[in-house]
Design a protein around this ligand. Structure first.
Ligand code: NAP
Length: 538
């Protein structure tokens, strides 16, 4: 009897829990809730409206670039939490706010740049890595005049890898027209100052002295805070991204999980927290190498893009004023060409597209410091950018073997962003795809008016229906975002022969890709809301 009553109370408890969970899920699932304040109340972190709205107020051209995407992207802008311990993120935001409230003219730090950028400048991050060095080699074998900037963290390794092994010396010394030139830049993309627990030894000694003096004389510590202005550790990278056309990030890490620091030395619910900057002292952690570097690069690229847009709008205004003074009519022909968008290309992983609870991602995440989670967070950052074009390449398992071009084709999928596993692809092919993605015009397919344009044409533009964010088609001047799964084809008849053909296919499928991307954003947003609610509750 007693066991029966226990069983029934257990059943009641279980069904109550399931019912409560069902109601919560329903609430989160209904689209209305996204527009109400409830979902916002569940999320934490700062509101994202100020940076994006202030961007709009800065310049006319920036407004055109961002206004079309605000209705949808502002919803997702709070998807990734602003990590409180993240100095760079804080700095970036402050800078953004300061920048946009200044008059446009003050942004023109280098007015000479307003002329169209001459030759392309392609920045390769992780240029001494196994993919990075192939990317540099392939860029240098192009017949176009361009500057290839190889960003490395160890110049000695670069000299060995790039010049001894890849024999690029001739290219470096080449000053002929119509040939790429190579520049080497040494930069540690995860400077120690940005890693948790960093203490400058000189500062530490001075602080100790100040503390004891303050104790003795009863003064405030502020009087003793004579720390020097530290040089900006990201200056070299910022200089590389200035004037650049494209950034190719081949950064990666192979860090094995440290059971003690990563799991055991902290409260267990922190496992759900993705922000490793509040506890991880290891600069090789994927949080720093994959996620923090991507955020830094995207932030810098967006700032540079904003600066170019500001220059463009100032010039446009000056031109229009001059034409009005001369009594000329303003029309389409008096519009200056818009500056090209910077493109950021990142090498990610095919397993990011897989369910994180399936066997391979689960095992790899456990033993390799949750690497896929941070790859995914980097991808989201790229996809959310409303200023720069982005391409994410998700290769299957990498190999150094060469592909037999007669029997093995390349498989690409940009609509689902993943290829069937298990599969392989050579680093050489990935490098080739990255290079083609860097030098191809991603918007060269104009497939006529989209749904909204057709509907507006039918209603004479009087009553356009409000867009639903997941059904909205990309506008023509919005940045493009591609996520492409790549591997070798399993069958000889599948796939495409080379990287150029793959990229042409991907560009053709652009609209479908964009729709899938937005759907994925919605799913991830819901997932994040639940996760944050759970963290708050715990
Ligand atoms: N292994 C696979 O099967 C597989 C499959 C799919 C995707 N991927 C992804 O493909 C990408 C590249 O692969 P790979 O084989 O070329 O990797 P890799 O040879 O290990 O190259 C990684 C690069 O990142 C650089 N790097 C790491 N931390 C850095 C820091 N703090 N500052 C500056 N540079 C830093 C390394 O610099 P140093 O040269 O100075 O060490 C190296 O150049 C990775 O993101 C990886 O996750 C791998």
């Amino acid at each position: 009897m007693r066991s029966w009553s226990m069983l029934s109370s257990a059943r009641v408890a279980t069904s109550t829990f399931i019912a409560a969970f069902g109601v919560l899920w329903w609430l989160l699932d209904s689209s209305a809730i996204h527009h109400s304040g409830f979902a916002h109340a569940l999320t934490f972190g700062s509101s994202s409206s100020s940076p994006s709205s202030s961007v709009q107020s800065s310049t006319a051209s920036t407004t055109t670039a961002t206004s079309t995407s605000r209705s949808s992207s502002s919803l997702f802008a709070r998807k990734l939490p602003r990590f409180p311990h993240d100095e760079f993120s804080k700095g970036g935001d402050t800078e953004r706010l300061v920048e946009v409230h200044r008059p446009v003219e003050t942004l023109l730090e280098r007015p000479g740049l307003s002329t169209p950028l001459g030759k392309p400048k392609i920045v390769v991050l992780g240029a001494t890595g196994r993919i990075g060095r192939l990317v540099v080699e392939k860029l240098l074998s192009q017949t176009t005049e361009m500057t290839v900037v190889a960003v490395v963290r160890n110049i000695r390794k670069a000299n060995r890898v790039l010049f001894d092994e890849a024999d690029l010396f001739v290219e470096r010394s080449s000053s002929k027209r119509g040939k790429p030139t190579l520049e080497l830049v040494e930069a540690n993309l995860v400077p120690p100052q940005e890693v948790y627990g960093y203490v400058d030894e000189d500062d530490a000694i001075e602080i100790e002295h100040a503390k004891s003096a303050s104790k003795y004389f009863g003064n405030s510590m502020e009087e003793y805070d004579f720390r020097d202005e530290a040089p900006d550790p990201n200056e070299a990278l910022e200089e590389c991204i200035r004037d650049c056309t494209c950034v190719i990030s081949c950064l990666g890490t192979d860090r094995t999980t440290n059971a003690w620091t990563d799991f055991l030395a902290m409260p267990i619910w922190r496992l759900l927290k993705r922000d490793a900057s509040s506890w991880c002292k290891d600069a090789h952690h994927p949080y720093y190498v994959n996620y923090a570097t991507t955020r830094k690069v995207v932030g810098m690229a967006e700032r540079e893009q904003r600066r170019r847009n500001a220059i463009h709008s100032t010039e446009q205004e000056a031109l229009e004023q001059e034409l009005v003074e001369r009594g000329q009519v303003l029309d389409e022909t008096t519009k200056l060409p818009k500056p090209d968008r910077i493109r950021v290309i990142r090498i990610s992983d095919n397993y990011v597209a897989h369910n994180p609870w399936s066997f391979v991602p689960l095992v790899v995440n456990i033993f390799k410091s949750m690497v896929f989670q941070y790859q995914e967070m980097s991808e989201i950052l790229l996809e959310q950018s409303s200023l720069v074009d982005t391409v994410v390449l998700r290769p299957a398992d990498l190999t150094d073997l060469e592909r037999d071009v007669n029997s093995t084709m390349l498989l690409v999928d940009a609509t689902s962003g993943a290829v069937p596993t298990p599969a392989n692809i050579s680093r050489e092919d990935v490098a080739e795809l990255a290079v083609v993605a860097a030098i191809t015009n991603l918007k060269n397919v104009d497939d006529g008016p989209d749904k909204n344009e057709k509907r507006n044409a039918q209603t004479n533009g009087n009553k356009p229906k409000p867009n639903k964010f997941w059904r909205r088609q990309p506008q023509k001047d919005e940045p493009v975002h591609y996520t492409i799964g790549v591997s070798w084809a399993h069958h000889a008849n599948d796939g495409l022969p080379n990287a150029q053909a793959c990229m042409a296919k991907v560009i053709k499928e652009q609209k479908e890709t964009e729709k899938k991307r937005r759907k994925r954003e919605v799913t991830l947003y819901r997932y994040n809301v639940i996760q944050r609610a759970f963290i708050r509750w715990s």
